[in-house]
Design a protein around this ligand. Structure first.
Ligand code: SAM
Ligand code: SF4
Length: 475
């Protein structure tokens, strides 16, 4: 099966910049969406082939309501066909908000003198992780500002600390990172500590606009940031996460920027991005942002659906920046991971802080502050299978999303059974009586759907072992 489009034999070189705005605009300007063309492109994606920039541009320029509906229906179908009903859950953990950069959209920027700066010490980090484990979390992403204190050794030490924290039946089984770009040797140091994915968002793929938003510190170097995940790959980290901050520039351009980044990885490393993030700008202290490029809710749904179709093998991450109604709606079009029980104020998972958000203590405003339990409850109501699975990473099967997508039968053999097992743990250890009741019904339904799976008996036995108190069992 051919997963990558022809253009991935392009002449990109490792660790060399690859963004040419004229190339991106040419694709957008040359796109001629017709009903037939859009249908043909959706069919290609449903056949599990990744779309080229030209094909993605056709979907982006399809502004007719009827075509937009076709694209949304295609993305929905692809999600159902390829990934099924699982949604993986995680939580962000902010470790330190000191920052030497001056990003115009961020509350942590160095010029925000009112920001309350804090870095968790080891005891505080442990308390935060214990509180997250008490909620039932198994996957975290550690988040940092950019500061000399948050170097590779420091991040690696944090990761080791997190993995050691075991509270009750709780433990963190996958630690991802969202921090400043590193040098290759430094990426090796964090890899050694056992990280999952390393995320660096390019924010905007337009170099001129990038300059306007990044006025100081190391982050102002567009090309250094653009090649940061090449350095991660050179260091052996092949689970890398890309993203654009929507609202900084034209959203259609940014989607093609993400596709161009994907081409670059495929051409140079033969592996695309593990995840793609598409945060929309939220209110933040000292936010200095015109609304010229604001992305409406309707455009947001479109861009998610198009990303799903364009890169069908990558995980799509949706965060609590969005409110619960938007989240519920856009999840249908291909999102695979969401956060739950999110708090951004440093130390706030274990300290009871004033519930009101304080923008001088947080990077930006979040719009979904529901607990993990409430989120699981809604997912169950909506027919999803909430998953805390980390099995691939722990058995050395990197690129979990790619395997789900590319290996026939992989989801039935591994993902769904493991999602069921991790949900069973959650229901036993953390769910309220009402959620547990709902959850076991969903487990039964998913077991029925798996009837043709030859290990159903074994899966049932393992669920029984979980009920007897055993933990961390996976396929
Ligand atoms: N400091 C590191 C960096 O800039 O890459 C890592 C973490 S930063 C805290 C995580 C991401 O938050 C940024 O890459 C940016 O896309 C996003 N972000 C910053 N300000 C935001 C805002 N006002 N609304 C939504 N997302 C924002
Ligand atoms: Fe610092 Fe990251 Fe915020 Fe920029 S986005 S000011 S680098 S924390």
């Amino acid at each position: 099966m051919k997963f990558y489009p022809e253009e991935c034999s392009i002449k990109d070189e490792r660790m060399k910049p690859f963004i040419d705005p004229d190339e991106i605009w040419a694709h957008i300007n040359n796109a001629k969406p017709t009903k037939a063309k859009v249908k043909e492109i959706i069919a290609k994606s449903l056949n599990k082939e990744r779309l080229s920039m030209a094909e993605t541009a056709v979907l982006l320029m399809a502004d007719e309501p009827e075509l937009i509906e076709d694209i949304k229906a295609g993305a929905r179908m692809l999600k159902e066909k390829v990934y099924g009903n699982r949604i993986v859950l995680f939580a962000p953990l902010y470790v330190g908000n000191k920052c030497t950069n001056n990003c115009q959209y961020c509350g942590f920027r160095v010029t925000n003198k009112d920001a309350v700066r804090k870095t968790l010490d080891t005891d505080e980090l442990i308390s935060e992780v214990e509180a997250l484990e008490d909620n039932g979390q198994k996957r975290l992403i550690l988040v940092y500002g950019e500061h000399p204190q948050y170097n590779a050794e420091y991040i690696a030490e944090n990761v080791r600390t997190v993995y050691k924290v075991k509270k009750g039946k709780g433990e963190i089984r996958r630690v991802n990172i969202n921090a400043a770009p590193l040098e290759i040797d430094d990426f090796r140091i964090v890899k050694e500590a056992g990280i999952g994915t390393y995320q660096v968002f390019q924010e905007t793929y337009n170099p001129e606009m990038y300059k306007k938003y990044h006025l100081g510190g190391k982050k102002k170097d567009f090309e250094y940031r653009l090649t940061s995940l090449d350095r991660a790959q050179e260091a052996g980290i092949d689970d890398v996460g890309i993203g654009a901050l929507f609202g900084l520039y034209d959203w259609k351009y940014e989607v093609l920027g993400l596709i161009r980044h994907t081409n670059h990885f495929e051409a140079c490393y033969n592996v695309g991005p593990h995840t793609i993030s598409f945060p929309r700008i939220q209110d933040a202290a000292m936010l200095n942002q015109s609304d010229k490029y604001i992305v409406s809710d309707d455009e947001f749904v479109r861009l998610i659906a198009i990303l799903r179709l364009a890169v069908p093998y990558s995980g799509l991450i949706l965060t609590a920046r969005e409110n619960q109604y938007v989240r519920r709606e856009v999840m249908k079009f291909g999102v695979s991971q969401i956060d739950g029980g999110t708090k951004l104020e440093l130390g706030s998972y274990h300290e009871s802080v004033n519930d009101k958000q304080n923008l001088n203590k947080e990077q930006f405003k979040i719009n979904d502050s529901r607990s993990l339990g409430e989120i699981v409850d809604e997912l169950l109501d909506d027919g999803y299978l909430p998953s805390f699975c980390t099995a691939c990473y722990r058995t050395g099967r990197t690129g979990e999303h790619f395997m789900e997508f590319s290996v026939p039968g992989f989801i039935k053999r591994f993902c769904t059974p493991n999602a069921i097992l991790t949900l069973a743990e959650y229901l036993e250890d953390y769910a309220t009586e009402e959620v547990a009741k709902k959850g076991w019904k969903v487990v039964d339904k998913n077991l029925k759907d798996l009837e043709s799976f030859d290990k159903t008996d074994e899966l049932e036995k393992r669920i029984e072992r979980i009920k007897q108190g055993e933990r961390d069992i996976y396929f």
